[in-house]
Design a protein around this ligand. Structure first.
Ligand SMILES: [Zn+2]
Length: 110
């Protein structure tokens, strides 16, 4: 992938993930013990919060990975598989701009 296009793609994704983090942080505020949550019962609210907490952790991890991807773009190393050195397919990078492994290595390792 062209490094210029890659930079746009990674920056766009970074913005979207940061928006998502803001939204999730709103949703994962501590649950008040007085059960003032409206239609949700406290147990349901806790269940929902743990789902959102996990999503928030994932989103934060993506920010780290996307920031590393920007560094690889600056170093002109972006798009090469860290395992085998082959180019990662554009299709894969468009889906997962922070990918550091080609599809073959990713399916072998993960
Ligand atoms: Zn590979």
């Amino acid at each position: 992938m062209d490094l210029h296009d890659a930079k746009i793609l990674v920056n766009d994704t970074l913005l979207k993930v940061k928006e998502e983090i803001k939204r999730l942080e709103e949703m994962t505020k501590p649950i008040s013990p007085d059960n003032a949550i409206g239609r949700l019962s406290r147990m349901e609210a806790i269940g929902e919060k743990s789902v959102n907490d996990a999503a928030l952790r994932n989103a934060k991890m993506r920010v780290t990975k996307l920031t590393q991807a920007l560094k690889r773009i600056a170093d002109e190393e972006y798009g090469d598989c860290l395992e085998c050195g082959e180019e990662i397919s554009i299709k894969r990078l468009k889906t997962i701009p922070e990918a550091t492994l080609c599809i073959k290595c990713a399916s072998r390792i993960e």
